[in-house]
Write a protein of this length. Sequence first.
Length: 228
Amino acid sequence: MTALGGYAPELERPPRRRARRSRWRLLVRLGLMLLGLLLVYVSVTFVQVYRASRDDTAAPADAIIVLGAAQYDGRPSPVLKQRLDHAFELYERDLAPRIVLTGGRQEGDRFTEATTGYNYLRERGVPDQALLREVDGTNTWDSLAASARFLIDQDLRRVVLVTDGYHALRVGAIADDLGLDAAVSPVNSRLSAAGEVRQLLREAVAVSIGRLIGYDRLFRIDEVIHAD
């Protein structure tokens, strides 16, 4: 029992509880708003990735750049072969006088992806002087950065990038960041409908993050994750 005019702490508990509940409700609302904005952002990016995967913007250029993919002891994987065949078609259309092959060597490999592509296109009749190689890149950023350096040194900036469709938006953005005037000519995906949707979703997330932190940092983070 409390004397008249005394202090009764139990009387303050309900207002404190109400204040705490109000703060939690505000935090929940803010969290839901942020989640909603994030979903909208990724959804818009997904649509952009999808559209880019269907949009062939190939135009006359200084060089065609083939993004590397797996090779099997000097033989192109189906993915790499498809990219090389597409680049050959663009070259035969006189879209550019040279082709840049990219991609380094994975641990245990005898051949780089670039050398595998070079040998394949030489067998198809592309002359040696029309083929350039970037053999050190282990990811898209490094390969394009190295290619951009030696192309820009020769005042060659207009390029056509050849890669899988789902990858088109990101490689175009990376090339622009590196100072290249890039168009993208995507190859048709051989994935199932479900597989293509999964790739597009992954790419939409990657592009969403890359736009915020930079694509170079995104690749570095991915390398650290996979190294662990």
